[in-house]
Design a protein around this ligand. Structure first.
Ligand code: ADP
Length: 508
């Protein structure tokens, strides 16, 4: 019968081989100095790592006391002896510090000394593992110097529970504590009592822990109790296993910026309030003038009507002077009627809803010239043939008509008006409609105010009008999202222009 029990797997390596393999392994390590010391600290083995780091060949160092690796001062203080004592008492001793190579140069070492006991528990020596951390230490030092030198930012570390674990000069400058005063204290000291009560410090750490970091602004308190507005970033720090080790905190004092922003905010609010008030007053005034204009119409019609009736029914009974008076009454009321009509139109322009539509400019201008008085047919039309704008057609017609009628009106006596209307893309997504005349022109100091209601530069008898036309041009254009302007020289003529968004693709 076959034996079904599994035979015990024999250990393929004999104890002697174990030692050989272990020695081969130690001998292949180059990044660590691994060697043995006898109970008194004399070197008994030496690996290539030790040779590379400390520069001694095995035959140069085996049998020598390990204190040769220590700087003179530490040798005098018997640091090597102390370390062996600690290792033999506790089993293990770890240290970081300067050590000396054979050529006398220093390196920053991480050292672990382990006690080795014999079968009866007697001390038979020490294992020593040394790593050269000079590079890492230099990098850390550079980083520390960098952080230390920053004075505009408070950069410091907190432990897991929020106690200050490092402090830079920026932190001292901003928060006024020296490192001695604040190290180990809880960072909630920097918060206002109200924020502390609300649990803000704990909230910040929780957020940073949960999301990796927390960022915010708020009032913080300096050592002397004064407050500053800070911008803070708290970052959770974790080790390789992902365990939280603490937090880094970077704080900036942005009180100046905050004050500026607050000031700006105050100004903006004040401005908004003023604008609102002005708009309200304007709206009230406009409503008032609208209703006045509206209410004026009926009595005006009565004056006009009765004056005409008087002339017709009783004309034969009136003498010449009475006829002159009647004529004055009728023409004055006609003028006033026109004024009221224009004012109502001006008011209407503020209230109507402007729905932009595509309007082909040249056909519209051509139609206006065609429908106007006979002299309008002498005007020339130049520029882009197929420009179209986004506008309200009737408002645009009103705007252009006012400009054309002014261009034909304001010429010197005895000089025939010459008017040219040019339509062109400006290259910024806009179309410019310019009405040019060779008339009397406008001196620079008047060029702005003529766009206001009732601003006229001439007497009614010289050039009749209401003084509302250009105000209608300006308001109508602006309500369609455009701009108006004039270029003019007294005695040479004027060019009034309006610019409106092109209906073609933006940017053309
Ligand atoms: P109105 O034409 O009824 O007087 P407007 O508001 O249209 O009112 O124009 C205001 C004033 O601007 C005019 O009275 C005139 O003095 C001046 N003005 C307008 N257009 C021209 C022009 N093309 N040439 C010279 N002056 C002009």
């Amino acid at each position: 019968m076959e034996n079904t029990t599994t035979p015990a797997i024999p250990n393929p390596l004999a104890p002697l081989e174990h030692e050989t393999i272990f020695r081969a392994m130690v001998d292949s390590v180059r990044d660590y100095a691994i060697f043995l010391l006898d109970p008194n600290g004399f070197v008994i083995t030496w690996n290539p790592g030790a040779e590379r780091i400390k520069q001694y060949r095995p035959e140069e160092i085996i049998g020598k006391h390990f204190s040769v690796f220590y700087p003179e001062a530490e040798k005098l203080a018997d640091k090597p002896g102390f370390e062996l004592k600690m290792a033999s008492a506790t089993g293990r001793f770890e240290d970081e510090g300067w050590r000396i190579r054979k050529d006398g140069s220093r390196f920053w070492a991480n050292v672990v000394i382990t006690r080795i006991l014999g079968a009866q528990g007697q001390l038979i020596g020490f294992g020593k593992i040394t790593r050269d951390l000079t590079e890492r230490r230099a990098a850390e030092q550079r980083f520390r110097l960098l952080v230390e030198g920053v004075t505009d930012y408070a950069i410091f570390l907190l432990d897991r529970t929020g106690h200050v674990a490092s402090w830079n000069s920026g932190a001292q400058r901003i928060k006024q504590y020296t490192a001695d005063e604040i190290m180990g204290k809880h960072f909630s000291n920097f918060y206002t009592p109200e924020d502390r009560e609300k649990g803000m410090p704990q909230y910040v750490l929780k957020q940073a822990e949960g999301h990796g970091h927390w960022q915010g602004e708020g009032w913080r308190v300096r050592k002397d109790g004064s407050k500053f507005w800070s911008s803070v970033v708290v970052t959770a720090l974790r080790d390789e296993e992902g365990q939280l080790t603490g937090f880094s905190k970077v704080t900036r004092d942005i009180t100046d910026r905050k004050q500026l922003l607050d000031e700006l905010q105050r100004h903006t609010e004040e401005l908004e309030r003023q604008v609102e008030e002005r708009e309200r007053t304007n709206a009230e005034l406009e409503a008032f003038s609208y209703s006045v204009s509206h209410d004026l119409r009926a009595p005006l019609r009565a004056i006009e009507g009765f004056a005409s009736a008087l002339k017709e029914d009783y004309g034969t009974q009136l003498d010449e002077t009475a006829h002159d008076y009647l004529h004055e009454i009728i023409s004055a009321s006609t003028r006033m009627n026109r004024l009221v009509r224009d004012l109502l139109e001006y008011g209407r322009l503020s209230r109507i809803e402007i729905i932009p539509q595509t309007v082909a400019v040249r056909p519209l201008v051509r139609q206006l010239l065609h429908e106007g008085p006979a002299e309008y047919k002498t005007a020339t039309l130049t520029g882009d043939k197929d420009s179209s704008v986004l506008a309200n057609e009737s408002t645009l017609a009103q705007v252009v008509m006012n400009l054309i009628s002014n261009a034909f009106k304001f010429h010197a006596i005895g000089v025939a008006p010459q008017v040219e209307i040019n339509v062109e893309h400006t290259g910024r997504g806009l179309v410019r409609i310019a009405v040019k005349d060779c008339g009397i022109g406008i001196s620079p100091e008047h060029q702005e105010k003529i766009f206001k209601v009732f601003e006229r530069l001439h007497g009614f008898n010289e050039y009749p009008g209401t003084g509302i036309g250009l105000a209608i041009v300006k308001r109508g254009t602006e309500r369609m999202g455009g701009k108006v302007g004039v270029e003019s020289q007294p005695g040479k003529g004027s060019t009034f222009w309006v610019e409106l968004p092109s209906s073609l693709e933006k940017g053309i």
